[in-house]
Each structure stands twice: as structure tokens, then as C-alpha cells.
Design a protein around this ligand. Structure first.
Ligand SMILES: Nc1ncnc2c1ncn2[C@@H]1O[C@H](COP(=O)(O)OP(=O)(O)O)[C@@H](O)[C@H]1O
Ligand SMILES: [Mg+2]
Length: 399
């Protein structure tokens, strides 16, 4: 899959951009704060319908455009998937009323038709690699869940809408738990939300079990190559609701032993999850929150049996992230039949000479990769010569 055209209107620093995008490799060169990462953010938004950078939607609208009563930020792309050409457009629309209140919403059009956001996720696929993604390995569980979700949403049909239904149900259930805690009432009211979250939640857990096993296989093979066979990488999914029976007297399964949940059916996950919620009902009312379920899932990375998030050296962590991202690319290709577009933000600076070559070699087989850099010298002369280059300055393309 590859982009053939991209146009941005009032998207952050880009007031206006409209360019054909070359197939193969494109390098965005420029100083800091010129808009390189923003371009990747825009493209990734087309794949996931979420911004990996923005705290709020309104941030995406160009500062000066946002002063108008009606401000529209627009990303429009043409891409080729298989032999088909598609058009995708995302609009972020801000209405400001005379009393100064503003309302921001998103709209999306696929091939000219207005569509629900969730239904469009995964039509255009991309894998994004930002330096701060080292957090996936070393940070709190949140970036790990986000990593899983952004990858799965692009590949597993319905994942995106199921996840958003689940999150909505969790918010409602938590509000009810809090109300029961503070004001009392009939705990039976929880049954409706229990049903909702076990239905949606079981689908998410089931999809994560499957996907993480597949990703682990891909990542372990790549990691084996990257470390020249010195380190064995394992990826451990730790669902907050554990569908496997835990040995008596233990709260969780030991991290080191391989765990196989692949044989558990969706129905079993759902009924087990429902039962567990009933068991925890009193405790959850006392605490006023839902304590188990996919919103609290965790995933750990082990190198030769050691937890890399806690004990990994900087080098080990970088190599693991590289393996994970390359695994994501290969996994997407395998699942969808198409190469995702690769978006690589200043990552060469993070890698040593050997890793750099490993990465560039592997990328050679994909259809399109877009790099950003402040320093063109990080690329080998052959690679730089074989790539298209754009100079980005102040939100403009300077050819
Ligand atoms: N909504 C916005 N309107 C205008 N400029 C913005 C907006 N959001 C961010 N910027 C500006 O865009 C620049 C950041 O661009 P970025 O893509 O991160 O640069 P680079 O990756 O080239 O270092 C910053 O100068 C920032 O202030
Ligand atoms: Mg940047």
C-alpha cells in the first residue's frame, strides 16, 4: 500500500500543502519545529483516526485558522491498496459560538462517502515509529495498551468500535459503582453493564491473545537476527481478567513460564469474566471502580527471561523496540495482504551503525517508507541517493 497524494489544510503548522508522494523512500529533511513530525502525525491519523500526539482534537487546527468562528482542518489523501485507488479525507471542524464556547468534531470520508470513524480504521494502514515510543517498553502500562490497540484496530475488523463501546461501558459502570458506594442503591443495576463489558471485553481479550502471540513470533525471529542469536525475546500478555485458572494460592501466573491461552474460546472468556465480576461486585462497589478487564491489561517484554522494562539496558530496549516495530510491519502485511506505509521519525539517530543497516535492509521490501531527519548524513550516500527528499521549512515544502 502506498500514498500517491497528500493534501493538508490548516493542519497544525501546515496552512496548505498539496503534493504527490513518491513511491519507495521519502526523506523529510529540516531543522527542528518545521513540521516534519506533523506530516507523519497526519498520515498516521488516516490509518488510526487518532492523533498520537494531540491531547485534544482542537490542537490539530492551525493556530490562526482556529480564531475564526468556523475553522476546518483537513487531511486528504489518495492511496493505492492492491490495484485499487482510494480517497480518504479527515476533517476536524471547530464551531465557536458568539459566547466563545467552541465545539470540535471529526468527520471522515472514504471514497467520497461520509463514514463512521471506527468503520474506516484499517482501510489505510501505517506503522509509526517515534523515538519516545521506547516508553512502550519502559513506561507505564498505558503506552503498551495504546500500542496494542493502534496495531489491532488496523487489522482486526470491529476491534476499534468494540473497544470504544467497551470504554464507554466502563465509564458508565464506574459512574454507577461510585453512586452505589456513595448513595447506596440496588447492586442489581450493575447486571446490564456487566453484560455489556463482558461481551465487548471478551472480544478484546480474545483478539489480544491471538495478536500478541502472532506478534511475539514475528518479533522473536527478528530480535534473534538483530542480536545475532544472543537474546531470546518473549512477549507476555497479562490480562487483568485472567481467563486461565491460576494455581491455588497465587494471584497471577508466573511471568517467566510460557502461558498458552490460545485454546480458550470467546464464550469461555465471556462467562468467566462475568462470573469474576459477580465475585468482585462487593469489593468493586467499595472501591467505586471496575478493577478487572482490558482497560487494565498489561504486557511485558522478556529478554532471556529477564523483564526488559525494568532491567533492560538502553541498547537492549532500543533493539527490542526495533524488533517490535518491524514485527508490526510484517504482521500487518501477513494479516491484511498489504504492506503498511512506514513512518519513521528521527529514529536513525537512535541506532548504531549495525542496527541502522539491519533496519534499512528490512525496509527495502516495503512499498513506501517516509523518514524524517535533521541530518541527512545519518543515511548512507547510496540510500539517500535512492530516496526522494523533501526539505520542510516552517510548514512548507521547499524543493
Ligand atoms: N495547531 C497548530 N498551529 C500552528 N502551529 C502548530 C500547531 N501545533 C503545533 N504547531 C507548531 O508546529 C511545530 C512543530 O512541528 P513538528 O512537526 O513537531 O516539527 P519537527 O518534527 O520538524 O521538529 C512547532 O513549532 C509547533 O509550535
Ligand atoms: Mg519532530
Amino acid at each position: 500500500m502506498y500514498l500517491t497524494h497528500l493534501s493538508l489544510t490548516n493542519f497544525r503548522i501546515f496552512s496548505r500543502l498539496g503534493e504527490d508522494i513518491p513511491r519507495g523512500t521519502l526523506i523529510l529533511v529540516g531543522d527542528n519545529a518545521q513540521g516534519k513530525t506533523t506530516l507523519l502525525e497526519a498520515i498516521y491519523l488516516l490509518a488510526t483516526m487518532t492523533s498520537i500526539q494531540a491531547g485534544t482534537l482542537g490542537e490539530l487546527i492551525n493556530f490562526s485558522a482556529a480564531r475564526d468562528a468556523l475553522a476546518i482542518s483537513r487531511i486528504k489523501a489518495t492511496y493505492t491498496r492492491g490495484n485499487q485507488e482510494h480517497h480518504l479525507e479527515v476533517r476536524v471542524i471547530q464551531d465557536t459560538s458568539s459566547n466563545g464556547n467552541s465545539h470540535v468534531r471529526k468527520e471522515v470520508l472514504l471514497d467520497g462517502q461520509k463514514r463512521k470513524l471506527n468503520s474506516v480504521v484499517g482501510h489505510f494502514n501505517a506503522v509509526l515509529f517515534l523515538p519516545h515510543m521506547l516508553q512502550i517498553i519502559t513506561g507505564s502500562p498505558r503506552p503498551r495498551r495504546q500500542y496494542m490497540d493502534l496495531a489491532l484496530a488496523q487489522v482486526v475488523p470491529q476491534y476499534s468500535s468494540t473497544l470504544s463501546d467497551y470504554n464507554k461501558a466502563i465509564r458508565q459502570r464506574n459512574a454507577l459503582l461510585k453512586q452505589l458506594k456513595e448513595r447506596g442503591g440496588d447492586p442489581g443495576q450493575l447486571a446490564y453493564w456487566d453484560e455489556k463489558i463482558t461481551q465487548t471485553g471478551a472480544n478484546i481479550i480474545h483478539a489480544r491473545i491471538q495478536a500478541l502471540r502472532e506478534l511475539e513470533n514475528q518479533a522473536a525471529t527478528i530480535h534473534h537476527d538483530l542480536t545475532r542469536g544472543k537474546e531470546i525475546l518473549r512477549l507476555r500478555y497479562q490480562p487483568a481478567y485472567e481467563p486461565l485458572p491460576t494455581p491455588s494460592g497465587q494471584y497471577s501466573l508466573p511471568l517467566k513460564d510460557p502461558v498458552d491461552r490460545s485454546g480458550i474460546s470467546l464464550e469461555d472468556i465471556q462467562s468467566g469474566f462475568r462470573e469474576k465480576l459477580l465475585e468482585l461486585r462487593e469489593e468493586e462497589i467499595n472501591r467505586g471502580v471496575t478493577t478487572i478487564g482490558p482497560h487494565r491489561d498489561e504486557m511485558r517484554f522478556l529478554g532471556n527471561g529477564i523483564d526488559l522494562g525494568t532491567y533492560g539496558s538502553r541498547g537492549q530496549i532500543r533493539t527490542t523496540l526495533l524488533a517490535l516495530k518491524m514485527a508490526e510491519v510484517e504482521w500487518m502485511k501477513e494479516k491484511t495482504g498489504h504492506w503498511p506505509v512506514l513512518l519513521l521519525d528521527e529514529i536513525l539517530a537512535e541506532l548504531d551503525e549495525t542496527r541502522r543497516r539491519d533496519l534499512l535492509d528490512r525496509l527495502a521490501q516495503t512499498e513506501q517508507a517516509i523518514f524524517t531527519t535533521t541530518d541527512l548524513d545519518l543515511f548512507t550516500p547510496e540510500f539517500a541517493q535512492a530516496s526522494a527528499q523533501w526539505r520542510i521549512e516552517g510548514g512548507r515544502l521547499n524543493e
